[in-house]
Design a binder for this molecule. Structure first.
Ligand code: NAD
Length: 486
């Protein structure tokens, strides 16, 4: 209740060229009165029997394009649950406070009292999780809304299928961009994409030259404006393919299929796309929200340990911004280096928490005018280190880890600085700057594209969950914070 199922189902069906059905609305139509009235007049048991009959009939008749928003209690019926086994079932993620905010006061017999609503949420959640093939986060930003599907095994199962795909493949063909490594390990199944354009892996290839290679490949593959792009890979592929999608024939949709930890917890969401210039990072780009994001944590099992560790820094950054439960979980996280390759995946709850944090911020401020700048925590010095070292010495996450230390030093948070330093060390991450001198990093920081005149605004931290944007930092203090890394 209050998750926004009716709205999400309608938007998803529209994007996929199918139809949306809402079991509660259809039941009220059939009853000739409200569900609240039915509860009052005949009791819950009679209502559930009628609901079961209707939902089973809807499921039996549904074709592949149909999206059904199910009444929250309908899955209490074993008959409905077995009928669902033949369909793709997604759990629309909502936190209980938000659900209560939407449901209370509405004419819902089970949303009259806060305490019992919260209890119901807790009791039903495990049932929903057990039934769902994936969790759905509904992302919204000023320029559009899109689904984010998160589920282990999605890419070896329903992830590439029309049943889950966020666009209508009958009218829009999929053209895929990936890098050579990912294309070899996690290629789309035969027939899922029209053309696969491969770029060499790594940050050094997030360039205009690669963009040209992609645009050319798309022209050669016959891509039109009706088609869409799929970004299959890490943040480099996501940023590059997103940028190519934003610009190819003045813009085609992009579906992000992230395969690294960085991309699954951060870069696939929010619509920032672009490429680097030799002079500065992410200097050419566009805002282009995805048409959908499909996340399968299982693909992380093939990620080299160093990439996993680097990606973990974005989890750490997000946890510093979000605080609370995510921070506690991250502090207690077992380092990836202590796990075997097959065990190295990320808990779905952590991925969802990171995605939720980012999406909530982007929903308030898509274009970095204010609140979104919080997501740059650690990135101002981090990006400068990447540029100063020619995009080859440090992985993005590793550079951001050093940037986080600089930001905490500038924040005057000695205890938190020491704790984050220990966490970075425990997770096999660098805590020392090598390969660039302090002055060069300071100079590159001045080039940050967020600068206003001569001023580069910094994100500083008061405590986990309490960050401050737009902070002024004196040149000497910055120099000292970077020097502290050497
Ligand atoms: P990446 O894309 O270069 O991937 C790292 C390496 O992992 C590559 O060699 C790749 O081939 C390999 N790889 C990817 N998936 C794999 C898998 N499942 N198994 C085995 N190998 C795999 O780097 P990244 O760390 O994912 O992303 C970094 C980039 O993301 C940077 O350019 C950064 O600027 C960008 N970024 C963008 C945003 C945003 O909001 N747009 C946010 C954060 C970071």
């Amino acid at each position: 209740m209050g998750a926004g199922k009716s709205r999400a189902a309608a938007a998803l069906a529209a994007a996929r060229g199918g139809r949306a059905l809402d079991s509660d609305a259809l039941l009220e139509e059939r009853l000739g009165h409200s569900i609240a009235h039915e509860f009052q007049a005949h009791g819950e048991e009679v209502f559930r029997a009628k609901e079961e009959e209707l939902v089973c009939a809807l499921l039996a008749a549904a074709d592949a394009g149909t999206v059904i928003a199910l009444g929250g209690g309908s899955v209490l019926s074993p008959r409905v649950r077995s009928a669902l086994a033949l369909h793709l079932t997604v759990l629309l993620d909502v936190d209980v406070e938000r659900a209560w905010g939407r449901a209370q006061g509405a004419e819902r017999p089970l949303a009259r009292e806060r305490e019992s609503f919260f209890t119901l949420y807790d009791t039903r959640r495990p049932l929903y999780e057990g039934l769902a093939d994936a969790t759905l986060l509904w992302a919204s930003a000023a320029s559009g809304e899109y689904p984010v599907f998160v589920g282990s095994g999605l890419l070896s199962g329903a992830g590439w299928s029309d049943a889950l795909w966020p666009l209508d493949r009958a009218v829009s063909r999929s053209f895929c961009v990936s890098d050579e490594t990912v294309a070899q390990l996690h290629a789309p199944p035969p027939g899922a994409v029209q053309t696969l354009v491969k770029i060499p892996p790594g940050e050094a290839h997030k360039t205009l030259a690669s963009a040209e290679q992609v645009w050319t490949g798309l022209v050669q593959g016959g891509m039109t404006r009706a088609d869409h792009l799929v970004a299959l890979g890490g943040g480099v592929v996501g940023d590059l393919a997103g940028f190519c999608a934003a610009t190819y024939q003045r813009g085609v949709p992009v579906v992000q299929v992230p395969t690294t930890l960085v991309a699954q917890v951060d870069s696939a969401y929010g619509g920032k796309t672009g490429v680097d210039l030799p002079q500065a990072k992410n200097y050419v780009g566009a805002y282009h929200q995805p048409a959908g994001v499909i996340v399968d944590p299982d693909v992380l099992r093939t990620l080299p340990v160093a990439e996993f560790q680097a990606g973990w820094v974005e989890v750490l950054k997000t946890a510093l911004i979000a605080g609370g439960e995510l921070w506690e979980r991250v502090v207690a996280d077992e380092p990836a280096g202590e796990r075997t390759a097959g065990e190295r995946t990320m808990d779905e709850r952590t991925i969802l928490a990171c995605a939720r944090t980012k999406l909530q911020i982007v929903a308030q401020d898509e274009r970095d005018g204010g609140r979104r700048q919080a997501l740059n925590l650690g990135h101002t010095v981090g990006h400068a280190i990447e540029t100063a070292t020619g995009y080859t010495r440090y992985r993005h996450g590793e550079a951001v880890g050093l940037g986080l230390l600089a930001a905490l030093q500038l924040s005057g948070q000695d205890a938190l600085h020491a704790q984050v330093r220990e966490l970075l060390l425990a997770h096999g991450l660098p805590v020392k700057l090598e390969g660039a001198d302090v002055e060069l990093v300071v100079e590159m920081t001045r080039r940050d594209k967020k600068r206003v005149g001569e001023r580069v605004p910094f994100v500083l931290v008061n405590a986990p969950g309490d960050v401050q944007i737009g902070c002024e930092v004196q040149p000497d203090a910055l120099r000292a914070a970077v020097a502290e890394l050497t």
